[in-house]
Design a protein around this ligand. Sequence first.
Ligand code: NDP
Ligand code: GDR
Length: 357
Amino acid sequence: MADKTALIIGVTGQDGAYLSELLLSKGYTVHGLKRRSSSFNTARVDHLYRDPHEAETRFFLHYGDLTDATNLCRVIQEIQPDEIYNLGAQSHVQVSFETPEYTANADALGTLRLLEALRILKMGDRCRFYQASTSELFGGSGILPQNELTPFAPRSPYATAKLYAYWITVNYREAYGFHASNGILFNHESPIRGETFVTRKITRAVAAIERGIQKKLRLGNLDARRDWGHARDYVEGMWRILQQDEPDDFVLATGETHTVREFVEKAFAVVDRRIEWTGRGVDEKGIDARSGEELIEIDPRYFRPNEVDFLLGDATKARTRLGWTHRVPFEALVSEMVEADLRAVMREVGRNDFEGY
Ligand code: NDP
Ligand code: GDR
């Protein structure tokens, strides 16, 4: 078992929760940064938390924010981590068009603040750094499949901020010899994915429609293609990246791509509904083939000012150098998410007769 200490920025997010579980299972002491919020925001990690007054624990939470350099410096100095995973970000692409300056502050400058904290504290030689880079960097590159050598062409304020974070991580590695690495991760999902990302929005809607508490699912671009994997597999890749003797940058992907439309069809198939499509453009509708109910509508509000049409990753380098591969196939991911949402919806409506899903 490892006798190491990790600091996770973004511990309360999807990946932060899975990574915390993984590192704790490997014997790490895990510290996470959580933001002050007027409502509870720790639901994804509550099961890991023990009151240190009452029980022994290796999981600790600290208040902090990527926009607050002195806070980051102090927390790092106190914890003296062996590894930092920067998973913190305003991570919603569409929201970044509404909040471009904040997104740049948290996602781009936040990464710089962490790296500078390590430099100021003279910890760059003994603390390894992981940066959550993204397939959104490839944006409109038009090249398929995408690997570590594919040129970047960001198409949103989010991706542009992450481009800065990618390069500043490479720069601190080259300029100061930091053990700093980028994981360029393609979309990864799970039952604890944020509810406004398209996969979870779909699986929640399927569950709610099936249980009779929602009538319609309204979506934007059904033809965008994504390379979707399971978050649990991807946090294992993050950890492997930091266990390498030499820092480097790695793509993590499944090597399969599917449209949003296919995701919708597969998700409804889990509850034995077949979707037929009629109409075109904003008038397109998804109809339940058996009942004739109109279940899916297009809402142009969900169209983005710039779209990333096609993502497909090539994770050959991670496979050969890290021995990493995704394990959960697309169909299993969709089923797991729908089934978890069927249970969640039943809990929300206060019923417990959900056996069989
Ligand atoms: P989430 O949106 O689920 O989690 C983001 C985390 O960052 C949350 O803990 C959030 O806190 C925190 N955060 C947001 N703003 C700040 C801030 N200003 N200071 C400190 N923390 C902040 O994202 P995921 O877990 O899905 O993704 C993790 C990282 O990986 C993100 O950086 C994302 O951009 C990147 N990424 C994700 C991919 C994916 O498919 N999931 C693919 C490629 C990259 P709070 O809970 O309070 O909101
Ligand atoms: P993405 O994820 O932008 O790829 O970023 P998201 O699930 O938001 O969108 C995927 C695709 O679905 C289309 N889409 C919709 N998207 C949302 N959110 N809501 C809708 O109603 C809808 N209808 C269609 C989008 O246009 C898009 O093409 C995610 C985030 O986790 C990033 O942080 C991460 O870096 C990338 O994945 C890799």
